[in-house]
Design a protein around this ligand. Sequence first.
Ligand code: NAD
Ligand code: TYD
Length: 339
Amino acid sequence: MTIIVTGGAGFIGSNFIFYTLKNHPEYRVICLDKLTYAGNLSTLKDVMDKPNFKFVKADICDREAVYDLFESEKPDVVVNFAAESHVDRSIESPDVFLRTNIIGTSVLMDACRKYGIVRFHQVSTDEVYGDLPIDRPDLFFTEETPLHTSSPYSSSKASADLLALAYHRTYGLPVTISRCSNNYGPYHFPEKLIPLMIANALNDKPLPVYGKGENIRDWLYVEDHCKAIDLILQKGRVGEVYNIGGHNEMRNIDIVKIILKELGKPESLITFVTDRKGHDLRYAIDPTKIHSELGWLPETKFADGIKKTIKWYLENRSWWEEIISGEYMDYYDKMYSNR
Ligand code: NAD
Ligand code: TYD
């Protein structure tokens, strides 16, 4: 079994590579990644020398490079994590989101059609459903919830989902799609809420909470997401969408306070800043389908996962300090100074 993992130098893709090499040592794993600002080769250093692992630097939009890779490696399975993934960046510059997230996905699926494949798995997000009201805790996203996007990021991901379903119906491509809630854990890029707040708190910098911090996200430990995707590859039905989430809804402000408490830092570091444009209010997944069909359940409770995550950031300071010292500083200044 040869599996191509695109975007494997990023947060979830790298965790999926570690999960797969550990749980399926008989697989060959090929990571295809462009190494954008969000991709980090140092993340993969522990697996780089494994005989059944290979890293290939390429853009999923580069048809020639993708076809060459398929021709030489003859993959059985492709799991597509490669994407521009940050909502705030999509609000500033949508173009690259449309290119990578939509065109890139179609190039990969064209390669799958041309060279043949057992499965193409599209890693999607609950953000394709838009948001839910904060005062209706009885409402959840199911796989039948209409797509209703808010940001250029979520619109590009929804477009890719529609294309994947169209390739299944029109060409019979064996496609599956998963739509997961917010992930957290090791190797999470410091522009996102949890690692940003950990890094700022450790550096005694202000913690920029958008609006009043009342927006709700449904948090899942990254390894539970990887396990769910693995199950979908083994037992999922082609042409189907599976929602992934662990009923762990939390307000942003409460997450930030937990991080401060865990690190022994004062709440006076919290700074309320101008809200995100079009800010989704609440995400909440109904995971009934993946639970009843595939037997998936999350294993890591948030109370344990956040402690493990904070410990990881404390023990791997050089990983994130290197990232926040480079061009990331320009991004941070642009997004947060005078906000
Ligand atoms: P990330 O930003 O940490 O990593 C993205 C990776 O893709 C990077 O390694 C980057 O170099 C690579 N990449 C970007 N453009 C590329 C291109 N054109 N060609 C090849 N490689 C390219 O993202 P993440 O948080 O790990 O998210 C991975 C996937 O999971 C995305 O598709 C995202 O939409 C989805 N997702 C993320 C979350 C979350 O909470 N982070 C939740 C649900 C779904
Ligand atoms: P983020 O990690 O960007 O994920 P997403 O927007 O995909 O859910 O943001 C999570 C929540 O945290 C979201 O409601 C926006 C909020 N947030 C802040 O309040 N401050 C920040 O600096 C960031 C990055 C996010």
